[in-house]
Design a protein around this ligand. Structure first.
Ligand code: AVJ
Length: 326
């Protein structure tokens, strides 16, 4: 089988600048103000996120990677031979390499990411390193309707890989709807390998989202910088602060950008007012309990097969199969 160069293979369904402008503006006109977290991931935001993953305080990435590494044999056995691996929010695909190194004759890898350059770079490298694996990247917001490519060789099973606890960015109802939507992509017996952050002491959680070096703050504030650059907005970055709090009742981290004074900002010809202390919610990051998540996904069409958790009980990785009848 011959694989073509990836740059010509990317299916580009990325949000347009017009999407960015209308969603950004709509978010700031809401009460309370909110912005969708998918807009974090422009070129700079994606690199800042890579830096977050290396932080001492941000235990998520290294813990999930260790869980995957320690259990890769069992995971590969569950995926079986000749699967197509579909990854949501693939970024640099670094965790994927662990899987690809062990999967038995995988048919294709379909990385889906909103950040085009990141996606391309990763896909090109994998294409070379894992030949003759077919790499079929899609640049898209995976919340939007999406057609999956058909690999040249017929796979035995589809496995959706959704690492990083990104499911935590959804509020519970949309999260359930999203899991149900993933199930519609699949046939009975297809798999979902998903990383989910666990509820734990607030100190550990708070530190993970308020790192000492201020990388998370820069990541959060980058949204405003991006609006200045791409939408000609007039945010003064000195007048907004990053804040992350843990809401124990809802089991979620909330990231805010807090206005330091009463001010107005011009954006796409419109004025947006901020009171002193008013904040924009930029991200939720829900944390689950082991059992809770299994039941949650179970109600959305996925049958729990196996859960792996690190010794410190920081993070969980689950393998689900699409249920036979729904
Ligand atoms: C990749 C969305 C799961 O919620 O932990 C990291 C993003 N935000 N630090 C998370 C993030 C602040 C991350 N997710």
């Amino acid at each position: 089988m011959i694989t073509e160069p990836c740059s010509e293979m990317v299916l580009d369904l990325a949000p347009t600048p017009a999407n960015f402008q209308s969603e950004f503006l709509a978010g700031l006109k809401r009460h309370p103000k909110t912005l969708p977290c998918k807009f974090f991931y422009d070129e700079r935001g994606s690199s800042l996120f890579d830096d977050i993953c290396e932080l001492e305080e941000y235990y998520l990435t290294r813990t999930e990677t260790k869980i995957l590494r320690d259990n890769v044999e069992e995971i590969s056995a569950l995926c079986g031979s000749d699967c197509v691996l579909i990854e949501l929010g693939s970024g640099r695909s670094s965790k994927t390499r662990l899987l690809l190194d062990h999967l038995e004759t995988p048919v294709a890898y379909v990385p889906i990411d909103i950040s085009r350059r990141h996606l391309l770079r990763a896909a090109e490298a994998l294409n070379g390193d894992y030949f003759p694996l077919q790499v079929l990247p899609i640049c898209a917001d995976y919340n939007q309707p999406l057609k999956l490519p058909i690999p040249a060789r017929i796979p035995k099973r589809k496995v959706i890989f959704y690492p990083g606890s990104t499911i935590g960015n959804f509020e519970p109802q949309p999260a359930a709807a999203f899991l149900r939507r993933l199930a519609t992509w699949c046939q009975p017996g297809d798999g979902l390998l998903i990383g989910v952050d666990l509820q734990k002491s607030r100190d550990i959680l708070r530190a993970a989202y308020n790192d000492a070096r201020g990388v998370t703050a820069a990541f959060n504030l980058n949204l405003l910088l991006r609006a200045n650059g791409e939408l000609g907005a007039s945010f003064n970055l000195e007048q907004f602060r990053h804040r992350a709090i843990y809401d124990e009742v809802n089991g979620r981290i909330e990231m805010h950008l807090v206005s330091q004074c009463r001010q107005r900002v011009v954006l796409a010809g419109e004025e947006i007012h901020f009171e002193k202390g008013e904040f924009v919610t930029t991200e939720y990051s829900y944390k689950y309990r082991e059992e809770g998540f299994r039941a949650f996904a179970g109600a959305a069409g996925w049958q729990a097969q196996r859960t792996w958790i690190d010794e410190g009980r920081l993070f969980s990785v689950h393998y689900f199969s699409k249920v036979l009848s729904q």
